[in-house]
Design a protein around this ligand. Structure first.
Ligand code: G3P
Ligand code: CA
Length: 240
């Protein structure tokens, strides 16, 4: 059955990349939580998407210029809704501990020291429960050097060919769009290359969720775990 990877948690119903978003995603059937990692001025790892604090907290400026004391005092919930007032910007260590044993984690390195992430994940015993990606070539290169055994994901857009995902990018999971999934043979070719297949779909069309469930890919990276849970349950004949 296709595993649900919930992009920044259940971000349509709770502020992205918060404990509430992760908990809600799990209630909605998520198997994995996707998160973004950035580092504070004093070297603490946080779960936070944007380079700056402005959009998703009551702070301003680059997160990399703020101290952990400053970030720890921020409200990361009110921007989304009054009911989430007081939500914190999660520290990566606390967030992973919160998810350990409950979900897998897709860790996207936005900008941080990969060695710190690797040490943390090894300490927590979560190597097998996690996989990794970065749009930054330097993050990917460092991660591969430090942790060749960690599971990596690579997009077809960057790799250009499924055959290069493992050979050049050392990844075992390929991410494709819905349009790419529809190209005849792309899933079979990826599987023959020894890859797991993840489809990225940020929309909320139930027909497309059903189409992805029918395709039988290994993972879907999405914003609406609740909708996909309904689609895959219908496929397996289980009530949602
Ligand atoms: O797999 C790619 C996806 O997770 C990208 O996330 O940070 O660009 O919203 P983001
Ligand atoms: Ca991300």
């Amino acid at each position: 059955m296709t595993k649900i990877v919930s992009h920044r948690g259940a971000n349509h119903f709770a502020p992205e990349n918060t404990f509430a978003a992760a908990d809600l995603a799990l209630q909605h059937g998520a198997d994995y939580i996707e998160l973004d990692v950035r580092e504070s001025a004093d070297g603490v790892l946080y779960v936070h998407h944007d380079e700056t604090l402005d959009r998703t907290t009551n702070g301003t400026g680059p997160i990399g210029h703020a101290s952990s004391a400053e970030i720890g005092a921020l409200d990361a919930g009110s921007w989304f809704g009054e009911g989430f007032k007081g939500a914190v910007v999660p520290r990566l260590d606390a967030y992973l501990e919160h998810l350990r044993g409950r979900a897998g984690v897709y860790i996207e390195l936005k900008y941080c020291d990969p060695a710190k992430v690797v040490a943390l994940v090894r300490d927590l015993g979560m190597v097998r429960d996690t996989f990794y990606f970065s749009f930054s070539e330097e993050m990917r290169r460092d991660l591969q050097l430090i942790a060749p055994e960690f599971r990596k994901m690579m997009t077809l857009n960057i790799a250009k060919s499924p055959s290069l995902v493992g050979a050049v990018h050392h990844a075992s999971i390929i991410e494709i769009s819905v349009e790419q999934m529809r190209r005849p043979g792309i899933i079979d070719v990826s599987r023959r290359a020894g890859l797991e297949v993840m489809v990225y779909y940020g929309g909320d069309d139930p027909v497309i969720h059903r189409e992805i469930a029918d395709a039988g890919v290994d993972y879907i990276n999405l914003d609406r775990p609740d909708l996909f849970q309904a689609a895959r349950s219908a496929l397996s004949g289980v009530a949602a």
